[in-house]
Design a protein around this ligand. Structure first.
Ligand code: GDP
Ligand code: IMO
Ligand code: MG
Length: 423
């Protein structure tokens, strides 16, 4: 059985959590492959909203095993909070949540280093979620990191101490005013590690290989979005992992020829949280309306998300890089009431019209070229089947399918599990 992927095609927060939860009904295993608690994946059912950061979004289904893959970075303190929040739902977590021994650990000093690095950048800051993601991946590629499997060794605290000491020296190098009480942070960390160690650590690449051989259906869950990819995103305003399809191979140990469907998810408009260029960003009432109607606040940091029209140049780029085979369009309901909708189909780039995503999309180089379409007024949130969708929305979808050359299989019309239309 091939492994299917689900990944975000914009700057994150496309609705991955909701869709993974919906799709889990058809899968035996959900496996997160990169990122860490910088992610905030929201899912809603039975009137309750859940936000997950590290735990895969299949956790609420009895039928599925959930795996945190080797490509993920784990903060035991945040992980423990997630586990605590799940306790009241009696999910039998121990039998259905496994963690890769090769996943790296976020130490309290990684978080402090993130804060120091951002403070030192001033106005040029990345707008990081400050969860220690960058410094943890730096230690991973620098071959200094600590892994989940280290926690099974008797000398892990010595390893911890030596790395934390090095981090403290690095923090002082930044020469910025960061207040912290390391003893308190470490007490929380050690307590959380004790709880984490009650879960099962596995060689997840072996587990997934065997599961595949047994014909189990596996869905790999991405975090962030393609435009935040360390290689293909809007560098340096990106995250520190490969959020694109290739990241699922390295983040789970699944070979490229074992990948099946690549499900790409996008909002009917665009949002971005944190710094960095965003060609179709709106600074007017339309942008405010999207933010308000879409409740566009970060699920991890609560920061308002910047909003703008759909950017087809960027979306085509993401579809190509990921080899997307099916699309999912989210939040169509949020655009209800706009008389006219704009879609960016090209960039005016240094005075020339281009249709590809260039090296530099800073505002001084790029002005979006828009196509205008009629909007829809209907409230979509109670619609349950494709034949109820308004004509103007179908026109919008048809236009996108033609441009992207990939079918849009799901149209989401609200945050709840049930507000999902299959086409
Ligand atoms: P993720 O990071 O990709 O999982 O997305 P987030 O959870 O950070 O952000 C998506 C937000 O949109 C969440 O608050 C979801 O509950 C909400 N959402 C998802 N799909 C829809 C939709 O179709 N319509 C509306 N109105 N909200 C949605
Ligand atoms: P999900 O999985 C949206 C953004 C941050 C910042 C940049 C770097 O919920 O879609 P980092 O903490 O990685 O150092 O931040 O990336 N960012 C996200 N934006 N959704 C996310 O995850 C994000 N994870 C990181 O805002 O601009
Ligand atoms: Mg999110």
């Amino acid at each position: 059985m091939a492994v299917d992927l689900l990944l975000g095609l914009q700057w994150g927060d496309e609705g991955k959590g909701k869709i993974v939860d919906v799709l889990t009904a058809n899968y035996d295993i959900i496996a997160r492959f990169q990122g860490g608690p910088n992610a905030g994946h929201t899912l809603e059912f039975d009137g309750i909203k859940h936000v997950l950061h590290t735990i895969p979004s299949g956790i609420f289904h009895k039928n599925a095993v959930n795996i945190v893959g080797n490509g993920v970075v784990i903060d035991p303190v945040i992980f423990k909070k997630e586990l605590d929040a799940l306790k009241k739902f009696n999910l039998d977590i121990k039998s259905k949540l496994f963690i890769s021994r090769k996943a790296h650990l976020i130490l309290p000093t990684h978080r402090l280093l993130d804060a120091a690095s951002e403070a030192s950048k001033g106005k040029a800051k990345i707008g990081s979620t400050l969860k220690g993601i960058g410094p943890t991946y730096m230690d991973k590629t620098g071959r200094n990191g600590m892994r989940i499997g280290d926690l099974e060794l008797s000398d892990w605290k010595e390893k911890y101490r030596s790395l934390a000491n090095k981090h403290e020296a690095m923090i002082s190098f930044y020469n910025v005013d960061i207040q912290y009480d390391l003893a308190e942070l470490e007490a929380d960390f050690f307590k959380a590690v004790t709880e984490l160690k009650e879960l099962t650590f596995i060689d997840s690449e072996e587990y997934l290989y065997q599961a595949q051989k047994q014909g189990k259906k596996i869905l790999a869950e991405g975090a962030q979005g393609s435009l935040l990819d360390i290689d293909f995103g809007t560098y340096p305003f990106v995250t520190s992992s490969n959020t694109t399809a290739a990241g699922a191979c390295t983040g789970l140990g699944v070979a490229p020829n074992q990948i099946g469907e690549v499900k790409g998810i996008f909002k009917a408009y665009t949002t971005r949280v944190g710094s960095g260029p965003f060609p179709t960003e709106l600074f007017d009432e339309d942008g405010e309306t999207m933010g308000r109607a879409g409740n566009e606040f970060g699920a991890t940091t609560g920061r308002p998300r910047r909003c703008g029209w759909l950017d087809l140049v960027a979306l085509k780029y993401a579809v190509r890089i990921n080899g997307v085979t099916e699309l999912m369009m989210m939040k169509g309901d949020v655009l209800s009431g706009f008389e006219k909708l704009k879609i960016c189909t090209a960039y005016s780039y240094k005075g020339e019209i281009i249709e590809h995503f260039p090296y530099n999309i800073e505002p001084e180089n790029v002005t979006p070229v828009y196509t205008e379409m009629n909007g829809w007024k209907e409230d979509l949130t109670k619609m349950t089947s494709a034949d109820q969708l308004p004509k103007t929305l179908n026109d919008y979808i048809d236009f996108l399918e033609k441009e992207l050359e990939v079918p849009i299989k799901i149209v989401s019309v609200g945050p709840d599990r049930t507000q999902t239309i299959h086409r």
